[in-house]
Design a protein around this ligand. Sequence first.
Ligand code: HEM
Length: 526
Amino acid sequence: MDGDVVAAAAALPSPWSLLQGLLALLIAWGSYQAAETFWLRPRRLNRALRAQGLSGTEYLFPAGDLKENDRLNDEARSRSMPLSHDIVPRVMPHLFNTVKEHGNISITWFGPIPRVIITEAELIRDVLSNKSGHFEKFISNKRLIKMLALGIASHDGEKWAKHRRILNPAFHLEKLKRMLPAFSTCSTELIDRWENKLACSDGSYELDIWPEFQNLTGDVISRTAFGSSFMEGRRIFQLQGEQAERLIKAFQYMYIPGFMFFPTQNNRRMNEINREIEGTLRGMIKKRERAIENGETSGNDLLGLLLQSNMESGKGSLRMSTEDVIEECKLFYFAGMETTSVLLTWTLVILSMHPEWQDRAREEVLSVFGRDKQPNFDGLGRLKTVTMILYEVLRLYPPAVSLNRRTFKDMTIGGISYPAGVILELPTIVVHHSTDVWGKDAHEFKPERFAEGISKATKDRPAFFPFGWGPRICIGQNFALLEAKMALSMILQRFEFQLSPSYTHAPYTVLTLHPQHGAPIIFKRI
Ligand code: HEM
């Protein structure tokens, strides 16, 4: 009997050899995954796309075009450019070259993932309309985004549709009317600061308007989103300079597996910032929820509206979790601050380059509000020339130069079938500068093209997407335009401005399109 047991035990594999077997399996599985990600899948997708006549760059293991993209960006950024609006070659040199060489639909590589550039307006509209529901915003992976600390919120289609139902009414023009005092207060603070500086100078004053407008739009969004908790809101996010550069780099490389899991100093710092932001927001939200439960007012701001309608929707499927609300707050802050400050910055730069339009805009503002009247809702709605100017600035310098989607099911657009797992890059800036769409003068500043409205500017072939298109179009577009009109009107009422001799024209993108070396402008009191 004993002998049998010993024999059986001897026949069993030892724990050591079990471990070895497991390890071998793991290595085989890992190698297969790596081969699939970096070699087999790219080859498969490449074949499928090229079989349909598309051309583009060849896949380079493992980073695709990212390295070349970086190199061309660095090269472009090392030089300034003449005072011209023909900015695409500087802003997106790799994309510009690829389209020139391979055509309006061409393949590039985002790491091991094919990224097909589509520059035809009709096709871009089809993708963004997302009628089939087969495209997703690949920006929406919560886990990855969280690692990026300052996080842009995560939204898959379903969830976002639910949020929209809650948020849309808050962005209705009638509701925005109630936010106007906040726009007004923040703009008045900015003007007072500038006037004080002017008072201490001999007639003119030079100022870098880019950080000035970042502060302004940061204040506006904090006040309108967080109301009385405004100072807290303002303190939590500051996405600037080097930090922003790191964020975008992290974004670029996050698709290379492994990257984001290393506990590098950078990743640790990002997580730390994220925890701090989320903690502050959680505190603010809890405080508000308690106030609403106690029958106190929720405040007339976005957070209040969101929480109020959330609580009214009971326990049903429309309800957002605290985590959802936190993500919303982060998104609003980012989406509402950078974009609008960029719009204001380029508007002042361009009105300095085209003083005849500065004069026309001022004439209009003075005819509606006079020199001293605080701009009001109805008056802002009557500013036709100012609106045309803002549209033309958004056309030439769209704050979001390009949008992305990813196919998660096979999808056919414009006769080309895109397999699942392809990124579609939709560079709105290229469409906005297309001479085919806008005519020979596409690179010129001509606000009069919008005299009959947006659709007539391109003969009823919509090709103007500064706020996106379709179900995920910018929810804050009215908010942004109203805010920009308010600030611009107040500036035009009081100052004349021109470019400083130290201004260098150098548009580039870090998340949004902004001036690489700032935007020094000289102001004079009128
Ligand atoms: C000039 C200013 C602005 C520009 C150019 C702009 C541009 C855009 C664009 C292009 C998108 C669509 C992104 C995509 O489809 O992938 C977007 C989305 C969004 N924007 Fe804006 N935006 C501006 C101002 C604002 C403001 C002031 C707010 C909030 C107060 C805001 C909130 C949002 C939100 C929440 C989304 C996400 C919508 C979604 O995911 O469905 N934006 N914006």
